[in-house]
Design a protein around this ligand. Structure first.
Ligand code: DGY
Length: 322
């Protein structure tokens, strides 16, 4: 019997494929620093039984309807807003994602962003690099305290809880907003449930861990920034689409809020001429939430396990429910 054909949309280490080579016929986009062009992806998908893709690959109806043999799409991310799940259901394609393995690493980055924005760490580093450090003075690069402040977490899933655990270590009060109450987080982390408005009003740090859906698109907009404290710092480690970026830049420019730490943007990648780059109060990262070597390998291994499980009849380990 012919081996299932799997197309991998980025170059990944060959050694990860070794345990699977006997059972699968892999093809891979070979250029390290270049994303697979859309036309190539569509052509490869037409001939594939499975895809291992990344969060910037748009797996939409147009692609799915032209891929008659496609049975599984293993997305290398916990978020899967790049995939049209309704169309996947219509064409009988299973979708898998990579929860759990990236939780702690992503929470580390979220907290690092919070600290970098609060304590002006990128600005301070630039200050030395630009050879501007000539003196010590009482308020030189003074930022905001983190310890014992209030953190408001919007989206109390696995990553939200991991952020809350870190916040507890800093003696912070944790407020959270979520579609449903999380009794275990309330008990273990003394996290206090609040409606969205209350969270905005109370928090010194507002952290978005909300998935991007029709309901959360541009949820953080001018009206919302107005409801935050003027001293508040906004952190986003979920998806750029939950923020109206023009409103965020304006809220910071007009000192409606104090600053932001962003790992994600509505249209990635952003360039050096993006308006955020004009604002020192915003710390930007190129979507590296889960980017530790260990975690990125764990994510790829989980994608391969999902594909392996599906084709050997054991079933994928982490299918997306839709
Ligand atoms: C995810 O998995 O959704 C993250 O954004 C990847 O870093």
């Amino acid at each position: 019997m012919a081996k299932p054909r799997i197309y991998i949309t980025r170059k990944i280490p060959d050694k990860l494929l070794d345990p699977y080579n006997e059972k699968f016929d892999f093809r891979m986009w070979e250029k390290e620093d270049e994303a697979v062009p859309r036309e190539v992806l569509k052509k490869e998908a037409r001939q594939a039984d499975g895809l291992l893709c990344v969060l910037t690959d748009q797996i939409d109806e147009d692609l799915l309807k032209r891929a008659p043999d496609l049975k599984i799409v293993a997305n290398m991310a916990v978020g899967y807003d790049n995939i049209d799940v309704d169309a996947a259901g219509k064409y009988g394609v299973i979708i898998t994602n990579t929860p759990d393995v990236l939780t702690e690493t992503t929470a580390d980055l979220g907290f690092a962003l919070l600290m970098a924005a609060a304590r002006r760490m990128i600005e301070a580093n630039q200050y030395i690099r630009k050879d501007e450090w000539k003196n010590w003075s009482p308020y030189l690069l003074a930022g905001s305290d983190i310890h014992h402040k209030t953190i408001g977490i919007a989206g109390m899933g696995r990553i939200g809880k991991a952020i809350a655990r870190r916040a507890k270590g800093f003696g912070m009060s944790v407020v959270y907003y979520n579609r449903s109450r999380k009794p275990e987080a309330e008990k273990e982390l003394q996290a206090v449930y609040a409606d969205f408005e209350t969270l905005l009003a109370k928090s010194d740090f507002v952290v978005s861990v909300l998935p991007l859906t029709a309901d959360t698109k541009h949820k953080f907009n001018a009206e919302v920034f107005k409801k935050m404290k003027n001293s508040a710092i906004f952190i986003n480690i979920s998806r750029g689409g939950v923020v109206n970026e023009t409103d965020l830049a304006e809220a910071i420019r007009t000192k409606q809020i104090k600053g932001a730490g962003l790992d994600v943007f509505e249209n990635e990648p952003i360039a050096a001429n993006h308006p955020f780059m004009q604002l020192e109060e915003i710390v930007c990262m190129p979507h590296i939430g889960s980017a530790s070597e260990e975690t990125r390998s764990a994510m790829l291994n989980l994608c391969l396990e999902n594909i392996g499980g599906f084709f050997t009849g054991r079933g994928p380990k982490t299918p997306v429910e839709y």
